[in-house]
Structures are given as structure tokens and as C-alpha cells.
Design a protein around this ligand. Structure first.
Ligand SMILES: [Zn+2]
Length: 239
């Protein structure tokens, strides 16, 4: 019976390692996905900013073009001004000049405002591009780590499963099925230890008489509270 109990302890150790591997692997794809989503979101933001910048540039270039046309128009008016023959004509052209100058000033002012906005958005784009670059590098590194870890845990898992198979063969079908049933019902842990007079998993006190039986290691003993198999190992005795 002592051999059986030792096999159960060994089996539990393997199952705990297998559970840990699964948990470890479970988190990584999620992390990579989150990073990929962030990169995607940054790319979209960057594309929007570039689009906004382009439309500001187009607006500015159209205004600058208007200013050139108004300048030409103003030159023509000024030539005409020297050729007028009546006061009425003079007043009409003077009014045209004033209106065009005002119009030109407005457009120049707006063009300056746009130039400022373009400068600002260019800075934002540059900053975002830098962020995106480092985020992408992070994503690549994480992807690589994930691939390596998946490969590594896969190997470890195969090795552990081999060991598990070997250990399981040493147990009777009945004891193995009891072990598996408790393990599934109790969060992956079927074997508890007697430590300081208590069950190591649920911390319930174990009556001294029952504790003595457990220490003898010649029968299957169960925790009366959590139902796990309780064993005693010298290294766990006085903790
Ligand atoms: Zn217990």
C-alpha cells in the first residue's frame, strides 16, 4: 500500500505540473491578441490623422492659390485706376480694390492658421508613428516568445504525459478512477498532505487518531471535510 500511496503522490505532482503548463499557455495567446488589437487601433488612428493632414494641406493650397489670383486682380485694378476718366469710375475701382484686399487678408490669415494646424498634426503623426513602431516591435517579440513557449510547453507536456501513463499503469483501475474523480471535483488536487495535524489543501484539523493512521501509510485515508486522499511524507511532517 505504501507503494500505491507513493505513486499517487507522484501522479499528483505530474498532474499539478500539467495544470500549470495549461494555465501558462492559456494566458499567452490572449496577451498577443491584446497587443495586436492595440497596434491595429494605432494604425487606424494614424491613418485618420494623415487623412486630416492631407485635407488641411489641400485647403491651404487652394487658399494660397486664391491669394495669388487676388494679387493679380489687384495689380490690374491699380493699372485701371490711372486710366479712369470719371470720379464715379474711380470710386468703383477703389471699392473693388478695398474688397479684394480685405478678401486677400482674410485668406492669408486663414492660411496661416492652417499652417499652424498642419505643423501640429505633423508632430502628432510623428509621435504616433514612433509609438506604433515600438508597439509593433513589442508585438513581434511577444509573438516570438509565444511560439517558443508553445513549442517548449508542448514538449514538456508530452514528457509529462508519458510519465503519467507509466505511473497510472502501476495503480489499480479502482484507485486510479477514485483519484481522477477527486481531482476533477477538487480543482485538480486529489492528494493532500498531513501537515501540522491538518489537511494541507483545506486546512481542516485531522483528529489525532486518524492522523496516526495516515502516518502509518498503509491504507487510503480521506480528509473528512474536502474528501481528498491524505498522505504523510517525512518532508511535510513538521512544517
Ligand atoms: Zn481537506
Amino acid at each position: 500500500m505504501q507503494k500505491v500511496l507513493e505513486t499517487l503522490i507522484y501522479l499528483q505532482d505530474i498532474d499539478t505540473q500539467l495544470q500549470r503548463l495549461e494555465a501558462e499557455r492559456g494566458d499567452l495567446p490572449q496577451k498577443v491578441k491584446e497587443l495586436a488589437d492595440e497596434v491595429e487601433e494605432m494604425r487606424n488612428r494614424l491613418a485618420q490623422k494623415i487623412e486630416a493632414k492631407n485635407s488641411l494641406i489641400a485647403e491651404k493650397s487652394s487658399l494660397d492659390n486664391d491669394v495669388i489670383l487676388l494679387d493679380e486682380q489687384l495689380k490690374k485694378y491699380k493699372v485701371q485706376l490711372y486710366q479712369v476718366k470719371t470720379n464715379k469710375e474711380y470710386d468703383a475701382i477703389t471699392l473693388e480694390i478695398e474688397t479684394s484686399e480685405k478678401n486677400k487678408e482674410d485668406k492669408e490669415f486663414r492660411s496661416l492658421e492652417l499652417e499652424e494646424s498642419i505643423g501640429k498634426i505633423s508632430e502628432e503623426i510623428k509621435e504616433l508613428e514612433e509609438q506604433l513602431q515600438s508597439q509593433q516591435a513589442l508585438l513581434e517579440a511577444n509573438k516570438k516568445e509565444l511560439d517558443e513557449k508553445l513549442e517548449k510547453t508542448h514538449e514538456q507536456q508530452q514528457q509529462l504525459e508519458e510519465k503519467r501513463k507509466g505511473a497510472a499503469q502501476k495503480l489499480s483501475r479502482q484507485i486510479l478512477s477514485t483519484y481522477d474523480r477527486i481531482r476533477k471535483a477538487r480543482g485538480g488536487v486529489a492528494v493532500a498532505r498531513l501537515i501540522g495535524g491538518a489537511c494541507s489543501e483545506c486546512s481542516s484539523r485531522i483528529p489525532p487518531q486518524h492522523g496516526l493512521e495516515i502516518r502509518m501509510m498503509n491504507s487510503l485515508n480521506y480528509c473528512e471535510v474536502c474528501g481528498r486522499i491524505v498522505v504523510w511524507t517525512p518532508d511535510s511532517s513538521e512544517e
